[in-house]
Ligand binder design. Structure first.
Ligand code: SAH
Length: 481
């Protein structure tokens, strides 16, 4: 069982001290250390000390802090923070009590039990501050971390942050999310940051202004991306990069959640369905959605299973984007046919047996005319059938009718490339049994041809086991009429 994360007993916050008073009681080294720490802020410092060390007197003179000689509770009034740092236990306790009575948070140096708050080790790149706290457990650790972080951060970080602050209002005019986020990531990682680093502040300002102008006019971009057959590690590196940069991911139902989840965490995700029998959006609606997102200036990944250009209706989406003048690109993916062939170690082309292949769908069987791919099957092509399960009998019937031997080898895989895949093998005569199989709920790919005989069927089940079990039309007989 995972351990619950330990809880902080002191929670870090930043206290506003601009135009506010902070009172430090004490005139020795400890008080001076606090005075120096607070001196990094714009707080007005009051030092209450009957006897102040020469160093403290020097600090007071140089920082413009107010020096008050005699301590009384009223000296604390109006402060936002009080430090009891006199080194005199009785006085420090009194200061703590007085501060609490006045409702002012107090810190007693070296007496954690009397502290309402702790001071952190501080890396100061105003306006950026990094505060390190250990709840008093390891001041040395805090200092080591401070030194390490200090070395990591550019000395000009504060100037860059100040420049950012001066652009904040202007950046608000950019559309929220997408282009605004891109503007800031370019600002902090691109030309403005480099110019600040080089000490060229006016050049940095100009670079930021340029960036703002181009962000304001930036138009959207749609990437039609192939997600592969389902396994996350069959996604291409380019697909992954685009997913990490996306503002919106528009995906089909066939793309598994694990693949969609590889996108940028706060990208908007839109499932547009398209699973047999449950179209959540029509193709026209999807086209319109992509155009609209593009016009809003979004970076969109249109994620499609397999390869986007194979039975993916990408043609219609590209035409709509072209007509609307929205920029797009296509990123290929591993199509289901290749994943299915790999699952069977099945050579799609086999020297001396098959030198061509047909990627087809069982859904183009209209009337009684033979689809053109059937002729190719007869002349020896390996035929890969997408969306073929519900029309398996029709496909087998047409092929046999056209003269392909009922003994031609057939390989079928459900959920190719995924851990839960199921493989089946048999002949064309067995193929119609697929239609009746209610146990196949995932996407199914069928490969037909002599090259299939070269596959590895060690991990597959025979299709024939289901050959005559309740197929809607009595399987092979039915289609041979
Ligand atoms: N563009 C996709 C195909 C979309 S059509 C591609 O290139 O793969 C949807 C059909 O693809 C499904 O009906 C099924 O036949 C096939 N398919 C997609 N993923 C599959 C998978 N993991 N296993 C088997 N078939 C798959």
């Amino acid at each position: 069982m995972p351990q619950p994360a330990p809880k902080l007993n002191a929670f870090p916050v930043f206290v506003r001290v601009e135009d506010e008073a902070v009172t430090i009681v004490g005139g020795g080294d400890e008080a001076l250390a606090k005075a120096r720490l607070l001196g990094q802020s714009s707080a007005t410092l009051r030092i209450v000390a009957e006897s102040a060390s020469p160093d403290m007197l020097g600090f007071i003179a140089q920082s413009g802090a107010t020096h008050i000689a005699a301590y009384e509770a009223s000296r604390l009034e109006g402060s936002v923070m009080v430090f009891a740092a006199s080194g005199d236990e009785a006085l420090d306790r009194r200061v703590v009590q007085d501060a609490r009575r006045l409702g002012i948070p107090v810190n007693a140096v070296d007496r954690p039990e009397l502290c309402d708050f702790f001071t952190p080790a501080l890396v100061n790149r105003a306006p950026v501050a990094i505060a390190i706290g250990t709840e008093g457990a390891g001041p040395v650790l805090a200092q080591m971390l401070r030194a390490r972080i200090d070395r990591m951060l550019s000395p000009s970080l504060g100037r860059l942050a100040a420049l950012a602050a001066s652009f904040r209002a202007a950046a608000e005019s950019l559309p929220r999310g997408n282009s605004r986020r891109r503007f800031w990531s370019e600002f902090f990682g691109g030309a403005p940051a480099r110019a600040v680093e080089a000490g060229k502040l006016s050049q940095a300002h100009d670079a930021a202004a340029d960036l703002l102008r181009s962000a304001a006019s930036a138009s959207g971009h749609i990437a039609l991306v192939g997600a592969g057959p389902g396994a996350e590690d069959l996604l291409t590196l380019r697909a992954h990069r685009l997913l990490m940069e996306a503002d919106v991911i528009v995906h089909d139902a066939l793309v598994p959640e694990a693949v969609v989840a590889m996108g940028r965490r706060d990208a908007e995700r839109l499932a547009v369905g398209k699973r047999k029998g449950c179209h959540t959006k029509s193709q026209a609606e999807i086209n319109a959605l992509l155009v609209e997102l593009g016009r809003e200036g979004k970076r969109v990944v249109r994620l499609k299973s397999g390869d986007p250009l194979v039975f993916g209706r990408a043609g219609e989406e590209m035409a709509a984007l072209r007509d609307a003048g929205v920029a797009y690109e296509v990123v290929p993916g591993v199509t289901a046919a290749f994943a299915a062939a790999a699952d069977f170690e099945l050579p799609l082309t086999l020297r001396g047996v098959s030198s061509s292949m047909v990627f087809t769908t069982g859904h183009d069987l209209k009337g009684n005319s033979l689809p053109d791919w059937a002729k190719l099957a007869i002349s020896g092509a390996t035929v890969v059938v997408y969306m073929g399960r519900s029309v398996a009998a029709e496909v087998a019937g047409r092929l046999i009718e056209a003269g392909l031997s009922p003994d031609t080898a057939v390989a079928v895989v459900e959920n190719a490339s995924l851990g839960n895949r199921r493989r089946f093998h048999g002949t064309l005569a067995d193929l119609p049994s697929l239609e009746a199989r209610a146990d196949l709920s995932g996407p199914v790919m069928t490969i037909i041809g002599d090259a299939v005989a070269g596959a590895n069927f060690e991990r597959s089940e025979p299709l024939a086991a289901h050959r005559h079990e309740g197929a809607p039309i009595a399987a092979t007989e039915g289609v041979q009429q």
